[in-house]
Design a protein around this ligand. Structure first.
Ligand SMILES: Cc1ncc(COP(=O)(O)O)c(C=O)c1O
Length: 434
């Protein structure tokens, strides 16, 4: 390492220590965020080092992250993207590729998904001219069930795309079995559940594709970022093409002629020998991330196990501290699962003597941050009214989620003192209003 770089990084370390000092927790004054990035000295150094090296596009850190994360998540192939939403877009769009021949999804085909959740789990279905079929969720786990999915399967059903809700696995083994029995693709949106297991097996390893987000609220962060993973090499190749402008060539930037046939292809109606680097086999995007993001991802990845443990510990503290509080429905892990929690979900029972809004106002006044279970019932949002979709069964619980549910944080930046203040505040409000 050059002496100037070493000196610069030493200064970064000193700067980090200067800025890292915090004034301690003051109840009612210090913000208790529902989520956030936990960034240390090594993260700051990694980012600055990538900048000093001017690694401004995707390069060696991106490739290293892809291979390490794939290994950690037990998938053969990973493709880094600029967001979890882009990862979902790529996974869904890949299912429409002409390379899948008879198995490809075509406009009008149906995809089973969940009504209550994050919009960009569902949006790629609509963006590809496919038809979402919405099913309801359970209260307590906030996931749908295999029985609801089975009831939604019809003659046009071709795929299932569902997120593990706020870190809590859905019944993924049973739903993967349904997918296999009915020849459906399964995409697991694992953006909120990295490290969770179902029947002892990591979520994200049951379906054809899995996606992860690296936005700061998530289990590890790159600022913005996401990843698509699969163990199916043909699907991986399609994702790479779609992510990288739709090109047919698989050489990394800076590489050429890895296939030893760069000037020997004849595709479409192009002249024979047209440069393979510029032959496009998909109507693609550019959804790549940069090495600045990947460099941060690598230092974050080294701490992933600790982050997951802290999330579980924080969730347990809240769960035990709030146990028995009347009028609240507390969260439950899906049977046979070990969740990797994203948040702590509370539903105010519809017959409670106080409203969700009053409880949330009380907490927010005390600087205890709250969030909604994302969109709640998506079908009630302006964007989806008038779009082609089907609903199977009713969406009663999704409506209850829309009206009565919120969550507070469990992310690793929260201390026991903060969590105890959250518990005491909820208890104080409920006692005063019952
Ligand atoms: C379940 C789920 N899917 C997808 C996303 C989108 O990820 P991103 O914000 O990186 O686009 C989120 C974001 O929080 C999410 O919670």
């Amino acid at each position: 390492m050059s002496v100037h770089k070493e000196l610069a990084l030493d200064e970064v370390r000193k700067y980090h220590r200067d800025t890292a000092a915090d004034g301690g927790f003051i109840p009612g004054t210090t913000e208790i965020w529902p989520s956030g990035a936990v960034l240390d000295e090594e993260d700051r150094v990694a980012l600055v080092e990538a900048a000093l090296d001017l690694r401004i596009a995707a390069g060696r850190s991106s490739r290293m992250f892809e291979s390490r994360f794939a290994r950690r998540m037990k998938r053969r192939k990973a493709h880094l993207t600029n967001s979890g939403s882009s990862a979902n877009l790529l996974a869904t769009t890949a299912l429409t590729s002409h390379l899948l021949e008879d198995r490809r999804l075509r406009p009008g085909d149906e995809v089973i998904t969940v009504a209550a959740g994050f919009p960009t789990t569902v949006n790629p279905i609509l963006q590809n001219g496919l038809v979402p079929v919405f099913v309801d969720v359970e209260l307590g786990t906030y996931n749908t069930t295999a029985a609801r999915v089975a009831a939604a399967i019809g003659p046009k059903t071709r795929a299932i795309i569902i997120a593990h809700a706020l870190g809590n696995p859905f019944e993924v083994a049973e739903i993967a079995q349904l997918a296999e029995d009915h020849d459906l693709f399964l995409v697991e949106d694992n953006c909120d559940a990295v490290g969770a297991t179902y029947n002892g097996q990591l979520t994200g390893t049951f379906g054809d594709f899995t996606t992860v987000s690296f936005y700061p609220a998530h289990h590890l962060t790159m600022g913005e970022g996401g990843i698509v993973m699969t163990s199916n090499l043909a699907l991986a190749r399609i994702v790479e093409s779609l992510r990288d402008w739709g090109r047919d060539c698989w050489c990394e930037p800076g590489e050429s002629n890895k296939c030893l046939k760069r000037f020997d292809y004849q595709m479409g109606t192009l002249p024979a020998g047209y440069d393979h680097k510029y032959i496009f086999s998909h109507v693609g995007y550019n959804l790549k991330a940069t090495d600045l993001q990947a460099a941060l991802g690598l230092t974050q990845l080294a701490k992933l196990d600790d982050f997951i443990d802290a999330r579980k510990r924080n969730w347990r503290r809240l769960r035990e501290g709030l146990d028995g509080v009347p009028h609240l429905l507390l969260p439950e892990p899906t049977p046979n699962s070990d969740p990797s929690w994203f948040g702590f979900v509370i539903t105010v029972r519809p017959d409670a003597p106080f409203t969700r809004a009053a409880l949330v106002d009380f907490l927010e006044d005390r600087k205890i941050g709250t969030r909604r279970l994302f969109a709640g019932n998506l079908t009630r949002h302006p964007a989806y009214i008038g779009t082609e979709h089907r609903v199977v069964g009713d969406l009663t619980n999704s409506d209850i989620v829309t009206e009565q549910t919120f969550w507070v944080g469990v992310y690793p930046g929260l201390t026991d003192e903060m969590l105890d203040y959250v518990i005491a505040s909820v208890r104080e409000f409920v006692e005063a209003n019952s």
